[in-house]
Design a protein around this ligand. Structure first.
Ligand code: GDP
Ligand code: CA
Length: 334
């Protein structure tokens, strides 16, 4: 048995999370709330997917990082889970008047501020980590004990290979996800730049030195799956002494929002909570599922059922999911 005190003794914890956008950000806001209640000096390090990043109108847009910033910083449009609250779209209207493309990706006026300053700082030679740290400061993340790290400082982009009428073509992930609504079947994902990427400063240490590593209910293929492809990340997860626990993004085989099922089918994996845990089985210790999935069993992984629906309806409900996840982590400590 481990001799260190229980995770839930109230001592400050070092929690490290891998996250995509909306599902990740919502969960982490609830986790922060829970930690503030039970172990207030805990530190939360978030490793964000950057495979969704895209250059639009000459500006670097990092959708998952921006969703994390706005959600954890209290500036998100709650009704959609991304973008800024009280947003307007005058700039986009002007771009449309010029016939500028693309018009399928929605960028609000306040949101443009983020992309402009990010692009300016990147242009001045700052790394993505440095830029993200500056943006996080503006959103008050350090004061909340949250460190936000991009998974890598190397530009990587997830592309989707589509098969239409016997022809293959690749489009940027965002074009498939946003413009096509993932309705055209994907035959595979190719992550440009990932093989020569290295984890951003602090990422591997945050996994190795954590008291607990959590996987929010982010998309297992195009959010978590991309982070796991960064050289060294998967090995760090296999090697860490910390329990690694996750929340299922699927309830009764269906994603709560988005098209995770279309992503799973592209990689030949069944759309079920058990199959998602199976993708992580080489490093996952505990898996939290919805009551509807109480019968889920995954070899080598301890499953637990959250006593209420696994729905992040509000911050309190999400904090309670985070509480169940930490209890599970305490039970499965290696
Ligand atoms: P994205 O990058 O904005 O697509 O967001 P993520 O990858 O972080 O999260 C997307 C995943 O969150 C989807 O697969 C959803 O099924 C999952 N999700 C969203 N809301 C909920 C919820 O309330 N409960 C659970 N369990 N999963 C959710
Ligand atoms: Ca995303």
């Amino acid at each position: 048995m481990p001799s260190d005190p229980a995770l839930l003794s109230g001592r400050p914890l070092r929690v490290t999370a891998l996250a995509g956008g909306v599902g990740g950000a919502r969960f982490l806001r609830g986790l922060r709330r829970h930690l503030d209640a039970v172990a207030p000096d805990s530190e939360l390090t978030v490793v964000a997917n950057t495979g969704d990043d895209i250059t639009l109108f000459g500006l670097r847009v990092c959708p998952d990082i921006d969703t994390l910033l706005y959600t954890l910083g209290g500036g998100v449009e709650e009704s959609q889970g991304w973008g800024r609250a009280e947003e307007s779209t005058r700039v986009q209207g002007e771009l449309a008047a010029y016939g500028a493309e693309p018009q399928w990706f929605s960028l609000g006026d306040l949101d443009f501020g983020t992309h402009i300053v990010r692009s300016q700082w990147l242009g001045q030679g700052l790394t993505s980590s440095e830029v993200t740290a500056r943006l996080a400061t503006r959103w008050g993340l350090p004061e909340q004990g949250i460190t936000l790290l991009p998974m890598t400082d190397v530009p990587v982009e997830t592309h989707v290979v589509l098969e239409e009428d016997g022809e293959q073509r690749a489009v940027h992930f965002q074009e498939w996800w946003v413009r096509m609504q993932a309705a055209v079947p994907a035959s595979r994902f190719v992550v440009a730049g990932l093989d020569r990427a290295t984890a951003a400063p602090g990422v591997l240490d945050a996994i190795r030195q954590a008291d607990v590593v959590v996987l929010p209910p982010s998309n297992p293929v195009v959010s978590i799956g991309i982070i796991l492809g960064v050289p060294g990340v998967r090995d760090a997860l296999r090697g860490t002494a910390a329990p690694v626990v996750g929340v299922s993004p699927l309830i009764s085989g269906r994603p709560v929002r988005g098209h995770a099922d279309a992503c799973l089918s592209a990689i030949g994996v069944e759309s079920s909570s058990a199959a998602v845990a199976g993708l992580y089985a080489d490093f996952l210790d505990g898996w939290l599922v919805d009551p509807a999935d109480a019968d889920v069993s995954v070899r080598g992984v301890t499953t637990a059922m959250h006593p209420a629906p696994l729905l992040m309806t509000d911050v309190e409900a999400t904090a309670s999911i985070a509480g169940s996840l930490l209890e599970l982590a305490d039970r499965v400590r290696r």
